[in-house]
Design a protein. Sequence first.
Length: 279
Amino acid sequence: MSSKKIVRKYFHVMILAGFIIILLSITLYSGNWPPISVVESSSMEHSQYFQCGTIQTGSMVIVKKVSATSSVTTYIQGRTTGMKTYGDYGDVLLYKNYEGSIIIHRAMFFLTWNLGTPDIHGYTNQSWITVSANYVIIQDVGTSHRNLYVNISHFSGVSGFVTMGDHNLITSTISESVHLRNKTIIAYIAADQNILFQNNGSTYSPVKFTDVVGIARGDLPLVGLYRLYLLGAFGMWNGYDQVPIYSNYYLSALTAFIVLIPVSLELLKRKEKVKRSKA
């Protein structure tokens, strides 16, 4: 039997074997199960339009397990060293909130306390950071170049990661006017620990390491929309308005391509049969 005939005969088996090998490789790299997470909202988007290289509704990311807080590079640390993921500095964290739901937002900084004084890991008197007992201000953040204001006074003594959705800073309408170094700046409130609330009305606390599921790695855009639209059909997801503009066009093209592969193979197989029958 020729190699061409072997490929045709066992094509589906080879595809299945390849899929299993890829899944096992991703799982081993991730260290988590499931090793992949689908993004369900627009809170990390940098634009209302489809944009590769950033996390958007329908993105699929690998969830890489981390062994310690030091394995996570925060925004402050990343901006200092130049380390970026998904269009901005630092790692994107996946963590469980008080309900057990997974949140995927950027780790802005890791906060600990020393006798009532906040200790921001990675802070070495950078000119673009201001730290006080009540707040932390990070200037010129993200694509919007807005200043971020984080009120830390209401979780004094509580250590953990302070997190934020990139899109939440872009669209924030809540701000504080702060006088810094002989000038007044406007800084916007967008950190999860200032804008997300628990059932009892209190805001989220800094994320403890025990609630960290992993850090995001890689990005397979659009593909997660298949899952979201299926959930939507059963009333389990309603974020249609958060899907980036043009995503559905690209998804349609991707679907057509996926369908055309087996159809094309089947046509080639039939063409080969016709050739043999005429010989």
